[in-house]
Write a protein that binds this ligand. Sequence first.
Ligand code: C5P
Length: 224
Amino acid sequence: MRVIALLMAAGSGSRFGAERPKQYLTLAGRPILRHAAEALLTDGGVNALLPVVAGPAEGQEAEAVLAGLPCLRAVQGGATRQASVRAGLEALASAPPDVVLVHDAARPFLPAGTVPALLRALEEFPGAIPAQPVSDTLKAGAEGRILRTVPRAGLFRAQTPQAFRFAPLLDAHRAAREEATDDAALLEAAGLPVALLPGSESNLKVTYPEDLARAEASLLPRLL
Ligand code: C5P
């Protein structure tokens, strides 16, 4: 079985507010992108990475950051995450892998066993994702006031890597009419079942500067 992991790194990181996209910032001396790549590969089952980046300069930077790892030539992404994933999938379409993983380059810590569990789930389902149950109370609101409380039972926060059999994911992207913030949503829209596996609090996405501080703090015990 051939498994390729798309490493999604084409975002501008505008919410983070740094001059450089957050995936190139360093965490314990190594770029976040490198942490994400190594964690994916050491978990077992992934044959090669395909970085999806913002442009040619970032492509060179990503390839330098990922030097020595099994990595295909970087592909240029699009204006939205969905367009970036589509670009990565289309780049693979002429020699399609059996399975594709889609992972945020901004997630440096992948709990061990995540990839094997996702691949096992694909024996039964066309797609599988890790997700964490929502623990905060959820409010719908507008203009500074609460409209209502949303029951959180049965609600989950979707994480990555998300795993898919290649053909149904490519078809779902080509058929997509609306913008989705993850890939599982496109399979759902196509009426296909997606397995929900336990996620982890440690699989955090660096979105805001305080996330970088949190990530560094969680790394400290491993460095000492
Ligand atoms: O914006 P968000 O935090 O959801 O982005 C998740 C991941 O998707 C990031 O690793 C980011 O680099 C990537 N992304 C992308 N192309 C975009 C927007 C985001 O590859 N146009």
